[in-house]
Each structure stands twice: as C-alpha cells, then as structure tokens.
Write a protein that binds this ligand. Structure first.
Ligand code: AMP
Length: 282
C-alpha cells in the first residue's frame, strides 16, 4: 500500500492505473476507521481493480468548531487496517493541499439541504459538496463508495454527481452495526462507557417506529411514543426523528405515495451527536 500526500502523487500513480485500463474504486473517509468503512473498502475491492481510500477531516463541513477539534484521529491504526484489507493507495492530504485558498463557491442543493442535517448543521452539505467535488476531480475514480449511514449525504452526492456530470458511478453500502444495533461511527469512540450503554436506544427507537408504521399506526402517535422513550433516558437528547422520502428528503406523514421511504434521526449523548436511519421497505 502506498501513502500519497499530494494531488501530483495521486495523478501520477492513478495515471499509470488508467493507462493499464484498470477500474479505480474510491472510498472517501474522515479516518478513525471502523468496520463500516472497511465494508466499503471490501465492496470497492469486489467491484474495482485498484482501490484508493482518502483520509481527510474536512474542516468546511463542520459547523461546530469543537466537534472538528475533537474529531477522533487514529492515522497509524487506520493505515495498518487499510494495508491489511488490501488497499492500493491511501490519500492523506494536508489541509493546505486541499484548500490552498478558501473556496468562495457556495452550493445550493435546493430543498434537500433545508431539512434535518441541513437545517441543524448549517453549511454542512456545502462543505461536503465542495470537498467531494475536489476529491472526485483529484482521484477521477470509475466508482465511488458511500455508506447508507449518511442517507441525506447520499442524496446530496447523487444530486452533485448528476448535476455536475461527474464521471463516476456512486455505489451505496448498507449500514454496519455493532451487535447491539448501534450504527458504527467514528464518533462512537468519544462515548464514555455509560453513554455507550445508552446509545443503542437510537436504533431501538428506529426499529420500533418502523414496526409500528408497518403495522398501520399513525406516524404522529408513533413519534410521540418515541419522544416518551427518550424522556425516560435523560442522558440522551433527541434532536429530530422524521419520516422522509429518501429520494428528495421531503417530510412524509404516512407510508402512502412513496416506496423509497426512511426514518432519519439525530440525537445527542452529552456533546456527542449521533445520526442514524432505517429504510421502511428493505
Ligand atoms: P466518515 O469517515 O464518517 O466521513 O464516513 C466515510 C464513509 O463511510 C461515508 O460514506 C459514510 O457513510 C460511511 N460510513 C460511516 N459509518 C458507516 C457504517 N456504520 N456503515 C457503513 N458505512 C458507513
């Protein structure tokens, strides 16, 4: 596995791969890798010849400076894991390498980024859009792999790739969970043992709500019951719990009218913010 630090190094090494007509698979990450990330890498390996993973904690997608500063960093362990998983290249650029100047471009994703993550983290998806565009232009992958864990991000990326004609296929991988249902996340590393014990309630609330919906119950009554579940757990603070169309992120009030439908949620344990989602018709 080769560690690449600059755009020039990426161009050079992937240029050789392109001449050899190999398929380049790309997995963008912010590091602090877990089995969810490694699942993306495995899927990338099954679907492409040459695998490149990027590790870059993108400052422009953090609306909360403290969250950015406290984002877990485990670079040596990450490199070791990727090497063992059979990755060919890891791109670990400096901030300066990606942002030689402060971008003045602002991306408006329309209605998709006005709700949920877009509403609670102003500027987040603009930062995601900018960095993903930069990375796709640097790497020029045939296929790019993202996790369903960040469902709204998936919708944003699909829109970005479609509207700006990026020449890459977007492949989406299901959420990898701990045995107790907690969605794997780099931020889980920041949970203390007490918070870690409580965290699986986020997924329990999602599965409960999905079962109730499929049994024909009213969405607003279900959401009320979920609020009560959270009230009984004072260390867990619910930020949102919404039924949405996963195509356009319009809020839904029932299962009628759309098949691509999911529940998305965000909750705080102390100052650690976790997100998760569940599709209704899998
Ligand atoms: P991050 O490092 O958190 O920016 O995530 C990098 C990629 O891994 C994104 O496409 C995420 O959606 C994906 N990802 C994060 N957590 C999981 C998970 N538990 N299962 C599957 N994919 C994940």
């Amino acid at each position: 596995m080769k560690l690449l630090r600059t755009k020039q190094e990426v161009h050079h090494h992937l240029g050789i791969s392109r001449i050899n007509n190999t398929t380049i698979g790309f997995v963008p990450t912010m590091g602090a890798l877990h089995d969810g990330h490694l699942d993306l890498v495995k899927k990338a390996k099954e679907n492409s010849d040459v695998i490149i993973v990027s590790i870059f904690v993108n400052p422009t997608q953090f609306n909360n400076q403290k969250d950015f500063e406290n984002y877990p960093k485990t670079l040596n362990k990450d490199l070791d894991l990727l090497d063992k998983t059979g990755v060919d290249f890891v791109f670990v650029p400096s901030n300066q390498e990606i942002y030689s100047s402060v971008p003045s471009l602002v991306i408006d994703f329309g209605s998709i980024d006005k709700v949920l993550e877009g509403a609670f983290r102003p500027g987040h998806f603009n930062g995601v859009g900018i960095v993903v565009s930069k990375l796709l232009n640097i790497v020029k992958p045939h296929k790019t792999f993202f996790g369903q864990k960040d469902l709204q991000q998936v919708a944003i990326i699909k829109l970005l790739v479609e509207d700006l004609s990026f020449d890459t296929e977007i492949v989406i991988i299901p959420t990898v969970r701990e045995e107790d249902g907690l969605a794997m996340s780099s931020r889980n590393l920041r949970l203390d043992p007490e918070q870690r014990k409580i965290a699986p309630l986020i997924y329990k609330a999602l599965t409960f709500a999905k079962d109730e919906l499929l049994a024909g119950h009213n969405w607003f009554e279900i959401r009320q019951k979920v609020s009560v579940m959270y009230v009984h757990e004072p260390h867990l603070r619910l930020e949102y719990f919404e039924l949405i169309s996963s195509d356009n992120f319009e809020l839904q009030e029932s299962l009628k009218g759309t098949t691509n439908i999911a529940i998305c949620t965000a909750a705080y344990l102390g100052e650690i913010r976790l997100i998760d989602n569940i599709s209704i018709f899998d």
